[in-house]
Design a protein around this ligand. Structure first.
Ligand code: G6P
Length: 463
């Protein structure tokens, strides 16, 4: 099959679907795919990415009207570029060193090689004068590699995860290469304004380029560094949450849990940045202290499998599962385990039913670019019920100001906020939820994409 071309091309490490060992297509994990899928559908673009799992050939293909170009990544490059450089170097470094990053030269070499492969594929799929939108930390060299191949293109880059404080970024042996890689774009987008200003400062100090506010002059060309907080498809998820199927399933879930007064919920990729152990521990202590009665409350924790070959992910899984076992063993009774722990991922309608079934959503990352689960929860609460406990270190905290904001390092503070969320009168909860829902409704994924893409088109006039 000929390589599909388009005037709009998205390049992301992952394709939006992943083929399981049974041959069935599944939605790929993570917030990036959740956010981008509706955008690419609307733009009728081409999506270039790694298919993750099991593919026999690497021809372009379509799934549900999405035009997909799979990139072949060898087993060795999966180990070096993906597990290694992306998820054992950049991921922990960009998330405030929550875990210790490893710096390995052979991982870097593989990162350069695979980034070049993505850039070459994008150069083949983009039509003359088209727009290419490169996504996330796995592909930070693609903008400059692509510009070399195709100077006619408008190139955008968006970082879905936090951009670190300058002193942490400076640890990276390949710091200048990464900065130059990103500067190949016309716009470098970040989740929070702090990320954009860290980047501009680094470019000025490390590379000595002229900067003016959010603009950098690089090779005689303006590059803008700005924040664009990402969002979700509010309408689509709200409609799903209102559907009869989802309501029936939500009721079923509550029945199966024994209809307690308070259902707490956590939903995360199983990742050490998410603070899963801390929240379960806080819940366990509330039960042990007698501040919460086991007859009254349960905690449902969905932890979807993620990056399971990386040692620090194996360790965090063992750690969480030890805590679940300990809390359930010490505090549970027959038919009443305090924690329902599910190491699995679920389709959208099951997630919507869980959001509907939960009274209190607990989101406790130590560092998080945005956290779309928080936005999904408030979107699903169309009747303005429910409470959100949210880490101030998630990008979402900038927008969801009516949440019960917590510091995940402060377990006592977390316990107090969880208790407060249980005791707050319904009217007050409803006022808070209404405010948060308005924020997500007024700033949905279409606004995010339009803001970025219209700036990208506009920069053309400025250059
Ligand atoms: C985060 C990252 C994405 C990534 C996703 C899932 O949301 O920002 O780039 O795709 O996690 O992680 P995975 O390693 O499974 O692609």
């Amino acid at each position: 099959m000929a390589v599909p071309t388009s005037s709009f091309v998205v390049v992301a490490n992952r394709l939006p679907v992943d083929r399981g060992a049974d041959g069935a297509w599944r939605t790929s994990p993570g917030g990036l795919v959740t956010a981008l899928e509706p955008v690419i559908r609307k733009q009728e673009g081409v999506w270039i990415g790694w298919p993750g799992g099991h593919l026999d050939d690497y021809d372009a293909f379509d799934v549900e009207d999405l035009s997909l170009v799979p990139i072949h990544v060898s087993d060795r490059d999966v180990a070096y570029y993906y597990d290694g450089m992306s998820n054992d170097t950049l991921w922990p470094l960009y998330h405030d060193l929550v875990a210790k990053p490893s710096f390995r030269r052979e991982w870097w070499d593989s990162y350069v090689k695979v980034n070049r492969r993505f850039a070459t594929a994008a150069a083949e799929s983009a039509e003359q004068g088209g727009v290419v939108w490169v996504q996330d930390y796995q592909l930070q060299l693609v903008p400059s590699m692509l510009r070399e191949l195709r100077p006619d293109l408008r190139i955008g880059f968006f970082l879905h995860i936090p951009f670190p404080p300058t002193e942490l970024f400076l640890q990276l042996p390949w710091r200048d290469e990464i900065l130059k890689g990103l500067l190949g774009a016309d716009i470098v987008g970040f989740q929070r304004p702090g990320g954009a200003s860290n980047f501009v400062r680094l470019v000025r100090h490390r590379l000595g380029h002229k900067t003016h506010r959010d603009k950098i002059i690089y090779d005689g060309r303006p590059v803008a560094a700005r924040s664009y907080p990402i969002s979700i498809d509010f309408k689509q998820l709200e409609t799903l949450a209102r559907s009869e199927d989802v309501q029936t399933r939500a009721k079923e879930i509550r029945d199966e849990l024994g209809n307690p007064r308070h259902v707490f919920l956590g939903v995360d990729r199983l990742d050490y940045t998410k603070g899963i152990r801390q929240r379960l521990r806080a819940f366990g202590e509330l039960l042990a202290d007698g501040r919460v009665d086991i007859e009254d409350a349960v905690f449902v924790q969905v932890a979807s499998p993620s990056r399971e070959r990386v040692g620090q992910y194996q360790e965090v899984r063992d750690d969480i599962e030890r805590w679940v076992g300990r809390i359930n063993g010490d505090l549970g009774r027959i038919g009443h385990p305090p924690i329902h722990y599910l190491h699995s991922s679920y389709p959208k309608h099951e997630m919507a039913a869980l959001y509907r079934a939960a009274d209190i959503m607990v989101v406790t990352p130590f560092a998080d670019g945005m956290n779309l689960v928080a936005k999904e929860y408030v979107t699903s609460r169309y009747d303005n019920t429910g409470a959100l406990v949210l880490s101030e270190f998630a990008g979402a905290a900038d927008e969801l100001k009516q949440a019960f904001l917590i510091n995940p390092y402060d377990i006592n503070g977390l316990k107090d906020s969880m208790t407060r969320s249980m005791q707050t009168p319904r009217q007050e909860l409803s006022r808070r939820m209404r405010g948060m829902r308005k924020q997500v409704r007024d700033h949905d994924i279409n606004d995010w994409a339009e803001a970025f893409l219209s700036d990208l088109a506009g920069e053309e006039l400025a250059s």
